[in-house]
Design a protein around this ligand. Sequence first.
Ligand code: ADP
Length: 477
Amino acid sequence: MSTRPLSCATFVAGEFRTGGAVLERHNPATGELVATAPVADAGTVEEAVRAATEAFGSWSRTSGFERGRLLRELGRVALTRLEDLATAMTLEQGKPLDEARGEVRKFAQAMRYYGEEAERVEGRTVPNESDDFLSVVVHEPVGPVAAITPWNYPVELVGWKLGGALGAGCTIVVKPSEYTPGPAHLLAECVQEAGFPPGVVNVVHGDGEVGAALAGHPDVAKVAFTGSATTGAALFRTVHGVTPLTMELGGSCPMIVSRHADLDLAVAGAARRSFRNAGQICIAINRIYVEEPVYEEFLAGLAAATTALRVGDGYADPTVDVGPVTMAEIRDRTHRHVADALDRGGVLVAGEAEADTGGLFVTPAVVAGAPASSLLMSEETFGPAVGVAPFTSMDEAVKHANAVPGGLAAYLFTERLAETVDVARSLDFGNVGVNTVDAGIINAPYGGRRESGFGLEHGPEGLHGYLQLKHVRVRHR
Ligand code: ADP
């Protein structure tokens, strides 16, 4: 199939513009050119930050009710563009079209949620020893925000930052991934249609160099980042002075399956959370620890569920479960992790050791019995491969689960209440799903521990991260 490439533009101070160097995005399923975008030069980044800085004055004083109305309107407009947004995501990133549609709906839900939260930014009064004083603690928006976002969830991850920042009264400059310029461009069109004042939302395109120029700008009051640990670490040196940063960097996520688990539920959860979006999700299951008595049965179930997944072009074929991976680097890393696990004694129970499917399609792989030291069991693959190992005591399973540098999400399957409470408490992760692999909801905080980053998205915390406190003490007598 052939579509005209989406021609993206820079969005600064309410206006779209093109010109200068252009980046190209090719469909990972077909190799076709599907989007072009202007690469922001230093002057454009400067103008975008200036627009956000100038707009901040009046936007920060716009009532929460009005900001909330506009956010909800943005959600509504995005739903009217659902097919365009979903198509751009599938063509540029590779996830099946239906999954992409779901992501647009979740964006709209986030806009509604943050639209409502914008009305609930409440301060407090604090007692003074003397009645001559009144102390109030108020929240104020931090200022213009730089949002640097990745390609795996190109609509939702922009949405969480937009919702929190705008709801708090901040303005924003978004630098989406160079692999997915289209969805961010279409969101900018939605922003314009929703009627936001010029400069409140700006979008500049380009690679890491543009991201660094934006993050390091002295007028940026906060940098919100989702992406790789390497870039996250680099950002500490990039930001100007002591500009605050929040970062979500992913990590290697474990799943523990107890002998008291509902095995059908556990198998379905494992297949879903290991391979959805071709494993390219920060909360993907990388490592599964299964209690000995149910190990073989679980493994057979997971191998069957994985083999049943249909791999292909999720734009051309609505029955596809797993699309292409987004870039060759991920295909190569997935193969490297699987090959290393097999070299170290693991056994392939589903998938292929070496892909011969061509293009960027990678058959989902399950490896049994790889040692803890293998890449698959110790590092984030961020591709469609998962390792499974047996355990004999829950303490041992928890020790394995926690034995990685990051702590974003962990999953436990058991029907035993005592086990649930003990293990959920012991897992050193920011998000724990028990008998569910859909651990995140928009109204509960989401974020990592240790090397998975810091700062929260979702929930009231996702908005409060863009606020700063001020204590005002008034002598009124
Ligand atoms: P991933 O490819 O896993 O998403 P990256 O960290 O490479 O992770 O990319 C996430 C976002 O960070 C993208 O928008 C990318 O362009 C941007 N980026 C990459 N390198 C830098 C950098 N040195 N400074 C700022 N932003 C960067």
